[in-house]
Design a protein around this ligand. Structure first.
Ligand code: ADP
Ligand code: MG
Length: 228
């Protein structure tokens, strides 16, 4: 479903050019559960943002579901993003003035669904992640783990085939991290492709494939458990 061919990303800072990604070649099939690991600054978020159509490569080609989307305009990329990709971030990115239900409703605002349908679907998503009793809570009144569950509900409410999570457990304690990873495992077992960034080995062990990034390059790509 995801195919990156010779993807690079560079920035010009002053007179200097920084090559953040150097010729990334990567195929991720439907239904995979993959983690991307690597040191801070190695290009993990940049890679995720390109996969998620939040950012564009400097060169190379991106095929999503067989379609070459490399030269798509921002509006087309935005449509793909909203319709078919769910995002989860380290800092949850919930809107503080909206309660849990309204936060989860957000990705459906331009869907053409009626308000009643939107709220029903938001409610179902919150029930699915175990927050049926926290619908009216504002983000500030929720624990870190609960905030991340709201973010997961928001990510799944449009039934995306792909979920991208950039350090989803980075702000959570170990026990809460485990419960969040169980949530991703469940979604993957239901058929959703999940790609997540983490630098914790214990978190990566929940996934079936580990990709190691260093200085903008993939240096390892392993299926199964990592060797100690
Ligand atoms: P990671 O997620 O692995 O920590 P990032 O993908 O966020 O790494 O960043 C990789 C590198 O790209 C870093 O060195 C960072 O400073 C650089 N970088 C990211 N965004 C920009 C930008 N907008 N302009 C210049 N450099 C950037
Ligand atoms: Mg990052």
């Amino acid at each position: 479903m995801i195919e990156l061919k010779n993807i690079t990303k560079s920035y010009s800072v002053g007179k200097e050019r920084i090559d953040v990604l150097k010729s990334i070649n990567l195929v991720i099939e439907d239904g995979e559960f993959t983690s991307i690991m690597g040191p801070s600054g190695s290009g993990k978020s940049t890679l995720m943002n390109i996969i998620g159509c939040l950012d564009k490569q400097t060169s190379g080609e991106y095929f999503l579901n067989g379609e070459n989307i490399s030269d798509y305009k921002d509006t087309d990329l935005a449509r793909i993003r909203i319709q078919s990709i769910g995002f989860v971030f380290q800092q949850f990115q919930l809107l503080p003035r909206l309660n849990a239900l309204r936060n989860v409703e957000l990705p459906m605002i331009y869907s053409g669904l009626s308000k009643k349908e939107r709220l029903e679907r938001a409610e179902q998503a919150l029930i699915k992640v175990g927050l049926g009793d926290r619908m009216e809570h504002l983000p500030n009144a929720l624990s870190g783990g609960q905030k991340q569950r709201v973010a997961i509900a928001r990510a799944i409410v449009n039934n995306p085939k792909l979920i991208l999570a950039d350090e989803p457990t980075g702000a959570l304690d170990t026990r809460t991290s485990v419960s969040i990873m169980e949530e991703f495992s469940k979604l993957n077992e239901e058929g959703t492709t999940v790609v997540l960034v983490t630098h914790e080995l214990e978190i990566a062990e929940y996934t079936n494939r580990k990709i190691m990034v260093r200085d903008g390059e993939i240096v390892a790509d392993e299926t199964g458990r990592l060797q100690p």
